[in-house]
Write a protein that binds this ligand. Structure first.
Ligand code: AOF
Ligand code: ZN
Length: 370
């Protein structure tokens, strides 16, 4: 049945379908690296006749699941997908060819695939087969969902996200080192959710000694990031929550020549130990890139955070600010020495957003690319 729709209605419908793609894609939050999160919806006569998402690298792509779901009905239909259909033989065959073979008549794409193996080749292939292709619906939201994947492809390293929680007077713990809790329950829940979408969470030895954190997403049946500890000398407590790997795996990064007895102790607990020389934030990030990671969350103290920033291992900052004052001239702060003397040297965050999480503030922004 033909319904009279204005051009704007069509746009709204396209946007709604793309949002559905993103919702489907998010079912695999944290599980797809080094691949992106992708969802696909197939529509005919204004109705959804097939849906799918990419569950994990090595498995079929979103379009393939959606085509299977729609079956023969896909002929003449419109396909929505948040990332350009691929056009290469990777772990799986090209989606462009699958879409052509299924006889779809139109493809609506959220964003071009930055992967040089694809890079608009999928769009060109579809068009050369006479399929109408629309690009850029809900583009910003599509890019945000896969910002880690995009960064990984573009810079050949994972996206580094620095997250910290501080009091209104800028402290991350009292001068005695006590920090449970600075932020409210809602803000802490938000951090747990944030971890679901990251491939790794990194802390230094100090955080393990002071806070004894879990660094998990604290929810059953969701993705937990790899928990990474950076420790040059392995001067770490023998009982720590991170050494219990039943909920999530732990990796300790250290240097050659570190305490071999403790190294063995960790390995016996099932904790992976890797020696990197020199052990620096940028070397750690290069190692995690090789592992196929797209996004890495720095949940470390100020000294490691300052090093990570200096070495270009941080691109995005999430700062939770609680309306509490604890004072203390020796109380630690979120970022240690950066060597700046003048305000003109300050790192100015871009694309800043501010949210209220109950009574805590969340300021989010991006560091200018070095
Ligand atoms: C799509 N749909 O659902 C995904 C795409 O090794 P492969 O075969 O899995 O290919 C991985 C690349 O394919 C990945 O780097 C990205 O460029 C694209 N991902 N493409 O058409 C999908 N996940
Ligand atoms: Zn594909």
């Amino acid at each position: 049945q033909l319904i009279n729709k204005s051009l704007n209605d069509f746009d709204n419908f396209d946007r709604k379908m793309m949002q559905r793609c993103l919702e489907l894609a998010r079912h695999a939050l944290g599980c797809t690296s080094p691949n992106p999160m992708v969802g696909a919806v197939i529509v005919k006569n204004g109705e959804i006749i097939g849906e799918g998402f990419h569950p994990k690298a090595g498995e079929p792509h979103a379009e393939v699941f959606a085509l299977r779901d729609a079956g023969e009905n896909a002929r003449g239909a419109t396909v929505y997908v948040n990332l350009e259909p691929c056009n290469h033989y990777g772990r799986t065959p090209p989606c462009s060819e699958a879409l052509i073979a299924a006889g779809v008549s139109k493809v609506v794409v959220g964003m071009v695939d930055p992967n040089p193996l694809v890079a608009a080749g999928g769009i060109a292939r579809l068009r050369s087969a006479g399929i109408e292709v629309v690009v850029g619906v809900e583009e910003e939201a599509c890019q945000k969902l896969n910002e880690g994947f995009i960064h990984r492809i573009r810079y050949k390293k994972p996206l580094g996200i620095l997250k910290y929680a501080m009091t209104l007077d800028g402290k991350i713990a009292t001068s005695k080192g006590h920090s449970n809790w600075i932020t409210n329950t809602a803000a802490r829940k938000r951090v747990h959710k944030l971890r679901v979408g990251c491939d790794a969470v990194i802390v230094g030895g100090n955080t393990v000694r002071q806070d004894n954190p879990y660094l998990t997403s604290h929810q059953a049946q969701v993705h937990n990031p790899l928990r990474v500890v950076m420790s040059r000398n392995l001067n770490l407590p023998s009982s720590a929550n991170l050494w219990d790997i039943r909920e999530a795996p732990t990796l300790v990064l250290t240097e050659v020549g570190a305490n071999s007895e403790f190294k063995e102790f960790l390995q016996n607990k099932g904790v992976e130990v890797v020696e990197l020389t020199p052990l620096t934030p940028s070397v750690a990030m290069a190692f995690l890139y090789e592992r196929g990671f797209c996004s890495v969350l720095w949940e470390c103290g100020g000294i490691l955070a300052a090093n990570a920033i200096t070495q270009g291992a941080v691109q995005k900052v999430l700062a939770f600010i609680a309306p509490k004052i604890i004072g203390g001239s020796d109380a630690p702060t979120p970022v240690g020495e950066l060597g700046f003397a003048a305000m003109t040297e300050a790192l100015q965050l871009e694309r800043v957003t501010v949210k209220l999480v109950d009574s805590d503030l969340l300021i989010e922004g991006y560091l200018p690319q070095l």
